[in-house]
Write a protein that binds this ligand. Sequence first.
Ligand SMILES: NC(=O)c1ccc[n+]([C@@H]2O[C@H](COP(=O)([O-])OP(=O)(O)OC[C@H]3O[C@@H](n4cnc5c(N)ncnc54)[C@H](OP(=O)(O)O)[C@@H]3O)[C@@H](O)[C@H]2O)c1
Length: 339
Amino acid sequence: MAPRLSVGIAGFGNVGREFVRLLLERGDQHGLWDRVNIVFIADSKGVILDENGLGREVLLEALSLPRGGLGRYQGLGHEGLHVDELLDRIDVLVDITPSIYVEEPPQLKWLRRVLEGGGAVVTADKAPLAMNCAPLLGPKWGKKLFYKATVMAGTPLIDLLRYGLRGRRVKRVRGALNGTSNYVLTLIEKGLSLAEAISDAQRRGYAEPDTSIDLHGFDLAAKAAIVSCTLGSPVGLHEVHVEDRIEPGIEKRVKRLRGEGRRLRYIADICMGHKPVVRLAELEPSDSLWNTTGVMNAAEVVTEEAEPITLYGPGAGPRATASTLFSDLLLAIEELEGE
Ligand SMILES: NC(=O)c1ccc[n+]([C@@H]2O[C@H](COP(=O)([O-])OP(=O)(O)OC[C@H]3O[C@@H](n4cnc5c(N)ncnc54)[C@H](OP(=O)(O)O)[C@@H]3O)[C@@H](O)[C@H]2O)c1
């Protein structure tokens, strides 16, 4: 039997915990416990670590620990131990930490180290990819980087573009890819003010604490950069042109459009041969992105060969995102086992 692969999980928040729940629920079905050792789970303050693999009972108990509490776990917990110090011990890194939009996101060096060492990465974290997609998704490392949770969370747009449409000519992808802005605009359509809609979204855990990430286009620009790079046209986050923001005063425009039977959505437009654009689009009911109420996402993929393809599904949520990461973990394991 092939030796088991060592897996490290960085991030044990909303999505990270749901991901571990899925491992526990579905691991047996995929023979996972004979194929991998979960060597560590990490939060911002520490880790639970066992070189021989964390037992299922340890993973289960970890789920009842408070946030930032992994390092205090009796026996196997190490407070103050960082992911950086553990990367040499794993074959697969699952990065479920917050996206940090700086030139060199700290997680970027994690990804580089694991990929450089011949390992694989599964990630929900947009920033390292959006800032540096060309080398990460290039021929050297791209095959071992699995990132479909970064765009549309629970809906596999990235796999459609990467595998499903291989050999086809994609001309354009247009998407309502930010669940929070769809949700906020839906509430404004119902008569709420922007401030009321934002606080509702925050109460439900949809909006990032820093609302500019969702409402000033960072999240959409990051997704546009990742999609463009997936299509073989690398652009950095700062090259995406953010034309509009969602700002106070938008209520009037939403109300006017509603009266005209139209609606406003914050979209990313990735047209091959042009720099991606993030803008507010005034949609007609016939538009394939029309039906994006709540946190649902939609993407229209235009190819040279046939009618456009529309993908519609959950663009946020811990369970949806974790199940996509689970799917990518299986792909990563297959890739490494096949070597
Ligand atoms: N939530 C969604 O619906 C969704 C959808 C698609 C993609 N994503 C992406 O998934 C990622 C996680 O989202 P989330 O909602 O789970 O966030 P979250 O609840 O804030 O969890 C983040 C986790 O990362 C940990 N962390 C932070 N810095 C770390 C570090 N340096 N080393 C190790 N762990 C660290 C945090 O530790 P503490 O517990 O100590 O704070 C926490 O456990 C983000 O990149 C997000 O953009 C989320």
